[in-house]
Ligand binder design. Sequence first.
Ligand code: NAD
Length: 381
Amino acid sequence: MSSLILLPRILHIGAGASAQVGDVLKTLGCSHPLIVTDTSMVKLGYVERLQAFLPPGDVYADTVPEPTEASIIAGVEKVRHGQYDCIIALGGGSPIDSAKAIAILGKHGGRMRDYKVPRIVNEPGLPVIAIPTTAGTGSEATRVTVITDHERDEKMLCLGMGFLPVAALVDFELTLSLPPRTTADTGIDALTHAIEAYVSRKANAYTDSQALQAMQLIAPNLRRAFHNGQDRDAREAMMLGATLAGIAFSNASVALVHGMSRPIGAFFHVPHGLSNAMLLPSVTAYSLPAATARYADCARAMRVARVSDSDEMANRKLLDELVALNAELQVPTPEAFGIERATFFNLTTTMAEQALASGSPGNNPRVPTVDEMVKLYEQLW
Ligand code: NAD
């Protein structure tokens, strides 16, 4: 059996990679870019630094964390009425996902909900050159965008080659300014991508190699980057790990953690990585009996189990590590985050139904019913 692998055409990885943006544009034959970013990137001076390497263009800096369709409409209008030949996406997953959506809607029109799964969007939008500033989503190398339908409180998963950036400039130096909380949330997101890609029913030999390597890079370096944001070696490993994890899940898909995480984000505005972190230990405990050997491999790749450990021992060590990691990275419970208990419990069935509709739980080694997902949500309390 063969596997289809989709990747950006150009990857520049390492210190200073973002300074290659001018040359990359020339290689792609582009000369009139729109930079899509957020206000933090402007304040940090990253936009100005990028502009020094670029031909004159324009900036759309009004993207928001966990982007909604409303937040990108003005960007779409800019593309419809401007003469841009590419989009440069600068920021975390939110500006990059916003840029991907703007690139498609600006060229093909319609509403974002027209493009959500089960539709597969393979038609190209404007070419996107992605420059990530978090070591998390891997969006720079994925055929995925996630946009919230603000009218229906639904985080829509949108998939297809049309959302794959044509180039990714992966420069860990841009992550040196990340505060500890965002470092933790985005880092656990990347770790979750790698684990879910590896245990996914759609995993293949190529995605396995990327996922295992990602776990080896992320697991020993996440705590280091959290405690000391200036640790360049840890930042570099996290950044490469996040991109590899993105490549792995984009080609093998994510599973139950992500499926259940998106509705928590949509209803309660919990940052994506944080809702993943809340779910990762209990969903792993639920899923583990269906893929003991695979989860044991994860524990060994993360260096929390020895090669000589039995699968059973490695599984136990993996669960212990996921709980310990959340404690050390100060991941709050839903209650500590400020979510109201009654509202959460009233929404568990709706959230489980939305999770199911996204398709992600169907890739899990153990496929849950809606009732089982409701119980998993309740367990978080
Ligand atoms: P983010 O982009 O929302 O950024 C979080 C915060 O960190 C923002 O305030 C941002 O301004 C700030 N920030 C980013 N980089 C910084 C830096 N270097 N220094 C200082 N501050 C910085 O966070 P994220 O976790 O990268 O992205 C989350 C979004 O990505 C969610 O909407 C999620 O659903 C989506 N996502 C997409 C994919 C995909 O493949 N497309 C995968 C996973 C998640």
